[in-house]
Write a protein that binds this ligand. Structure first.
Ligand SMILES: [Fe+2]
Length: 457
């Protein structure tokens, strides 16, 4: 008689470790890649995108993987190279953020997995729990960067560069004790010229913030750090109704005189990503467009509530705030033409769902262009098995119209398991891509990227 094996009921891995979320283990170099269509010859530079790609086995959360950069280098219509590299962080080599003996935080230890940003000639791989990691244009890691010893807090993964002053505005948030949030400004030459604690009541998780012409805008929302959960090695951030929700407007000049933000209570929500903020001509109204989640992780750490484009309008004359949902279709990864940061923008670009697709983390997705003036939304559909990363806007040389440029991203095709780099015409996103560059390996879903145009000289 043959023994009958008991059926095994291995739990499925969490979403962030399967399908196109699963990490890749090879660091690949490829040159002179084939191009379908035509790369605009004026696109001279590099598109680099960051993401979580755990090297040493399963991670407890999507956000906990080691940073891996995927980059493509374009020159005069050619796709000169593609390569991917782990950021050589201290964490990758096994260092701990918190010294178990002293409890001290080591700001040089981080995952560097969230975004990649250039300021004053330096490129940073960013993750909000640590200092930036500087990388080379060839994606080699140069190491933690602390602005000559002046930056003594972590650095957000979402700095914003003011197009009028060239300053990079950013912040860091900390968890163990106040100040929980610190605001920083680096001038156009890359010098850290301002650091200031922002008074908030507790260890709130702050992923992004906004810049308008005269204000830095801070989110103080009810996803809060819990030290006991952290000690247990589980997801340490929790949704807490009782924390409340408010948004603070800090006058950029007032900040230099030590002013604190003016806070506005808002309906309970969470915001990962802002689209933009801008002011009325007389400066009395400040508008903030962002992706509003009704809650975050209220039902567990893998429970991402969808985000809907939402506008808060702050009236500085009477201290009121008005809230308005701009769309009833969910979105993620909002971007704009960064020459409009802090200024009125007509267009925004996001990742949206494919009509009819299930609401799931790995569902097919589209690139959506919002015309905020008319309310129109147009989409680029990558097909039933296609899903796209964040669309990054690159202006055309000499462009006058705000949308005169390109959208670049990585796209995954589930049936073939392959990935490609795609260039869309931002003025007409619905039509065929201008160029598709098939890539030599799968590019897992990631977080954020930037286009780094070649700089003169
Ligand atoms: Fe982000």
């Amino acid at each position: 008689m043959t023994a009958v094996e008991e059926p095994t009921t291995e739990p499925a891995p969490p979403f962030h470790l399967r399908g196109n979320y699963a990490p890749v283990m090879e660091e690949v170099d490829a040159v002179d890649l084939p191009v379908i269509g035509q790369l605009p010859p004026e696109l001279n530079g590099r598109y680099v995108r960051n993401g979580a790609n755990p090297k040493h086995g399963p991670t407890m959360h999507w956000f906990a993987g080691d940073g891996m950069l995927h980059g493509i280098r374009l020159r005069e219509g050619r796709a000169e190279w593609y390569r991917n590299r782990w950021v050589r962080t201290k964490a990758l080599e096994g260092a701990q953020r918190i010294d178990p003996a002293t409890g001290a935080m080591d700001l040089t230890v981080g995952l560097a997995n969230t975004h990649v940003w250039r300021h004053a000639g330096r490129i940073f791989a960013l993750e909000e729990g640590s200092l930036p990691n500087e990388i080379s244009p060839e994606l080699d890691t140069l190491g933690p960067y602390d602005f000559g010893g002046l930056l003594r807090t972590p650095c957000t993964a979402h700095p914003h560069t003011c197009p009028e002053t060239g300053e990079m505005h950013f912040f860091g948030y900390e968890l163990i004790g106040p100040p929980y949030v610190t605001y920083h400004v680096a001038d156009a030459e890359g010098r850290l010229v301002h650091s200031q604690p922002i008074e908030v009541p507790g260890p709130t998780m702050v992923h992004d913030f906004a810049l308008s012409r005269n204000h830095a805008i801070f989110l103080d929302l009810p996803v809060v750090f819990d030290l006991e959960l952290a000690m247990q090695g589980t997801m340490p951030f929790q949704w807490r109704d009782a924390y409340g929700a408010r948004i603070g407007l800090l006058h950029r000049e007032g900040a230099r005189r030590g002013e604190q933000p003016r806070w506005f209570d808002v309906e309970l929500c969470y915001v990962f990503h802002i689209m933009n903020a801008w002011e009325s001509d007389d400066g009395s109204l400040v508008h903030l467009d962002a992706g509003r989640h009704a809650s975050m992780w209220a039902g567990g750490p893998d429970r991402f509530e969808p985000s809907y484009l939402h506008r808060w309008t702050f009236d500085l004359r009477d201290g009121t705030v008005r809230e308005e949902q701009l769309d009833d279709v969910a979105h993620g990864f909002p971007r704009i033409d960064e020459r409009r940061t802090g200024l009125p923008n007509r267009y925004g670009y996001v990742v949206g769902p494919r009509p009819g697709a299930p609401q799931a983390m790995d569902a097919p997705s589209t690139i959506v262009k919002y015309d905020l003036r008319t309310g129109a939304r147009t989409a680029h559909d990558f097909g039933a098995g296609g899903s796209t990363g964040e669309p990054v806007f690159v202006p055309r040389a000499g462009a006058v119209a705000e949308d005169d440029g390109y959208l670049v991203t990585f796209v995954h095709d589930a049936p073939s398991g392959s990935s490609s780099f795609v260039v869309l015409d931002a003025t007409d996103v619905g039509v065929e891509p201008l160029a598709v560059v098939p890539l030599p390996q799968r590019v897992p879903y990631g977080f954020h990227g930037s286009w780094f145009a070649d700089e003169p000289g």
